[in-house]
Write a protein that binds this ligand. Structure first.
Ligand code: HEM
Length: 218
């Protein structure tokens, strides 16, 4: 769980950097997206590893939750909820479940249309069918819908809660040294707030761009 979680955090950081480039420079966003989308190593080695990592993390999360519930059949003699463990750490299964639900929507929004364009329409194997400057306008178009922006922002709040506990807990599971505890906790909690806030900013920014139709040309 800890290793797959840390791997997903690394993915999240690179995903954030690429998506944030869409705010700073649409041309760079198009170039990076095209590279990631058509590079053979990324598509046929890294992406399957990522998908495996996502599935593994979710399946193991549910399995561990079931095991914990079974071993907790005999309830604690004294259970003081928030005093024993904070709310976010006791509800990882729920925050994780919301992130899983978001991922399904997100795949329908972005990933499945990409797979369709590449493997059904055939742009992966016929370069003349691919347009390297399409990504920015497609992204802005997706965030035209205020409903989608609201759903994404709500999901990013749950993502923040999930990483707020999960990121530091992963280091603890891997045997983090006591002397590093405070600084690691500061780093992981800052990450858990800054990155989801950044994702919220990206979604809101593109919504504003789309409604003002000031789509800069890449
Ligand atoms: C405003 C925020 C976000 C934007 C604009 C965004 C954008 C995108 C885009 C354009 C793709 C398709 C990439 C391609 O296949 O060419 C994608 C895929 C994906 N996104 Fe996001 N994303 C956002 C947030 C997130 C978050 C928070 C997560 C994780 C919790 C996430 C996880 C994924 C995954 C796993 C894929 C499929 C793998 C991949 O193609 O890289 N995304 N996203």
């Amino acid at each position: 769980m800890a290793l797959s979680g840390l791997f997903l955090v690394v993915f999240l950081l690179q995903h954030f950097i690429i998506n944030f480039s869409s705010v700073v420079s649409p041309t760079t966003f198009n170039q990076w997206s095209h590279f990631m989308g058509y590079n053979v190593l990324v598509q046929f080695v890294l992406q399957p590893i990522l998908i495996f990592g996502v599935v593994f993390h979710f399946v193991m999360g549910f399995v561990l939750e079931i095991q914990n519930r079974k071993s907790r059949r005999i309830s604690y003699a004294q259970f003081k909820g928030n005093k024993n463990a904070p709310w976010v750490s006791r509800n990882m299964i729920w925050s994780g479940g919301v992130v899983l639900f978001f991922l399904i929507l997100h795949f329908i929004d972005f990933w499945i249309p990409e797979l369709n364009h590449k493997y059904i329409e055939g742009s992966m194997f016929h370069a003349e069918l691919s347009d390297p400057s399409r990504y920015y306008s497609e992204l802005v178009h997706k965030f035209e819908s205020l409903l989608r922006v609201c759903v994404y922002v709500a999901a990013f709040v749950f993502l923040a809660m999930h990483i707020y506990h999960g990121f530091s807990s992963a280091f603890q599971s891997l045997g983090m040294k006591k002397k590093h505890k405070r600084s690691l906790l500061f780093f992981t909690q800052a990450f858990a707030i800054i990155i989801p806030l950044g994702f919220c900013f990206i979604a809101l920014y593109h919504h504003l761009v789309s409604i003002h139709t000031i789509v800069p040309h890449a």
